[in-house]
Design a protein around this ligand. Sequence first.
Ligand SMILES: [Zn+2]
Ligand SMILES: [Zn+2]
Length: 382
Amino acid sequence: MPMVLRLKKASQTDVIGVLKGGRPGPVIALRADMDVLPMQKKAPVSFASQVTGLYEGKITPVAHACGHDAHTAMLLGAAQVLAEHREKVAGTVVFVFQPTEEGRADIDNFSQDEQVGSRKMIADGALSNSKPEVIFGLHVMAGMPSGHLYYKDGAVLNSADGVRITLDGQQVHGSMPWKGRDSTVAAADIIQNMQTLVSRRTDLGKGMDVISIDQIQGGTSGNIIPEQVSMTGTIRSNHEYIRQNILKSLPKMIDRTAKANDVQAKIEISAYAPMTLNDKTLTHLMAPSLKSVAGENKVHVLEQNESASEDFAYCGQIMPALFVFLGATPTDQDMHKAAPNHSPYFIVDDKTLKTGIVSHIRCLIDYPKIAGQVQAAWRAKK
Ligand SMILES: [Zn+2]
Ligand SMILES: [Zn+2]
């Protein structure tokens, strides 16, 4: 890569590239996340990851099962092209290679908060040295055809918050529960009761939410009521009011249900990300650019936001942002059968990388023409 691209680090593992264009113009950020997931790749490809890493204290197989390697490759591709044509670039480009979008491997999930991903990177100054006024990101998606782009304005991904519940009762023989305090039955009640927050306390006119308990641990034997049961789960929503309502109501609901069962509850909530919001003005004004990249028939407006979550959301809180999905399944395959992101069988079709690279470059070239309108609308909103 030509040496005009200056690389620096803002936090422990990120990489920020800064390219000063040959013409005056705004500072524009392009973002790619880089991290892996703790799993053994099972996709039948010769390049399946054989790498291991330390995850929560254990040596664990790791693999790019969310396509962040493709994101890194596409942003590097765009950086190479733009650096080779630096004199034609209006303004400054900040290439943001972000770590730990999926969480850090060496810190307990419930004590991470400001210490990971985009939050850490922003706090460490990654977006304040060469201060960008706008940021673009994209994510490869299995089940969407290669070379196709998908977008919508407003909420494009859900919020995500983690919940961990530790119930302390009193251990006793399984045949005489009255002599102890049963944390297992309390756990069952809590799982059921928390669903009423979704079905009875959520205003459907505003949006929706999901609460899932995905991990339960407790007990050593079929004839002992355990002292402790712990559960972890996730809370997702597509509306900030609903998210806040759940975050406020859930601890109360858990605590009171635990008390009704005469057990003690410790409740920890860990905020991962608010909803990822695409700036309306930026989204509408960039739509023709997306069409010029992929072709009119290959650009689609999403009817609803995707259910997953992204810490790109934090970038969108400090500047206008546009996050676009890029199809990653070969067009001749059945989209419904494609192994989804996070599956050990997930594969990115290499053919889609070109669309991603061109999309980065197109956003960069076209944004200066609409910068005035986007920034005026952003200031009016704030
Ligand atoms: Zn992921
Ligand atoms: Zn991802």
